[in-house]
Design a protein around this ligand. Structure first.
Ligand code: 13P
Length: 268
């Protein structure tokens, strides 16, 4: 078993706010400004990373608001092609031009509602790595899968399908990726995994990575694994106290600046 308190450097926590398909032009401006100003007011902001991930159409306005701020910008989706006849899609190059550094891949809402396959998710994740950006690769089981005792099997499939999509890809993938464990049953439901339930899956993921190939222990020890699913200011501290939980991917609570900032402050 890989020890969380190993000799490897401490993992810097990361708190990311996935705004999903929410907001008006005015509300997004107010939210981005309030989070930016809240981050600026904390002098230890370098102790934990913070990212906001608006809907694509709001990225340019949020990008302007965040100029010069340590608050990073992410995107929820893109199409893995350079440019061309892909009606309705946005490329990584376009997102990069507006300062996006973190890209969500494999969110359960896209797996389920948009029918994104394991193969497409792998292709997208590698496109992000190859573009020099950070994929936040989301994995997680449904309620039925948990009840059947398939949680680990489902997560292993979701991770390995990405790592094995490229030969000798494992080492490179885990050097760049951030994993977000988001149990589907905890997303937007108010049901949070207990810190112990989340920790068990995070430890499973870290061990899986450590033993996927020889000499992966160091990669596994420095891999950031976020928890997502009804994270709030009131439950974040207990989650962050777990040895393998390195931050949070926050949905609903990231739409309220003070609540989101309170979650991030608990990661400092
Ligand atoms: P909630 O925090 O609203 O449960 O959403 C979690 C999520 O899906 C973040 O990507």
């Amino acid at each position: 078993m890989l020890s969380a308190s190993s000799t490897f450097p401490r993992r810097k926590k990361l708190v990311a706010g996935n705004w999903k398909m929410h907001g008006t032009r005015a509300s997004v401006v107010a939210l981005a400004r309030a989070i930016r100003d809240g981050v600026a007011a904390v002098d230890t902001h370098a102790a934990a990373d913070i990212v906001v991930i608006p809907a694509s159409i709001h990225i340019p306005i949020v990008s302007d608001i965040l100029a010069g701020s340590p608050l990073a910008l992410g995107a929820q989706n893109f199409y893995p092609g350079d440019a061309g006849a892909f009606t309705g899609e946005v490329s990584l190059a376009m997102l990069k031009e507006f300062g996006c550094t973190h890209i969500l891949v494999g969110h359960s809402e896209r797996r389920q509602l948009l029918a994104e396959s394991l193969a497409l998710i792998a292709e997208k994740c590698w496109a992000v790595v190859n573009a020099g950006l950070t994929p936040i690769l989301c994995v997680g089981e449904t309620q039925a899968e948990r009840e059947q005792g398939d949680t680990e099997k489902v997560i292993a499939t979701q991770l390995c399908s990405v790592a094995k999509a490229v030969s000798t890809g494992t080492f490179r993938l885990y050097r760049h990726v951030v994993i977000a464990y988001e149990p589907v049953w905890a997303i937007g439901t108010g049901l949070t995994a207990t810190p112990e339930q989340a920790q068990a899956v995070h430890a499973f993921i870290r061990n899986l990575v450590a033993h996927e190939e020889p000499e992966m222990e160091e990669q596994a020890a420095s891999l950031r694994i976020l928890y997502g699913g009804s994270v709030k200011a009131s439950n974040a501290a207990a989650l962050f106290a777990m040895p393998d939980i390195d931050g949070a991917l926050v949905g609903g609570a990231s739409l309220e600046a003070q609540e989101f900032l309170a979650i991030w402050r608990q990661a400092l």
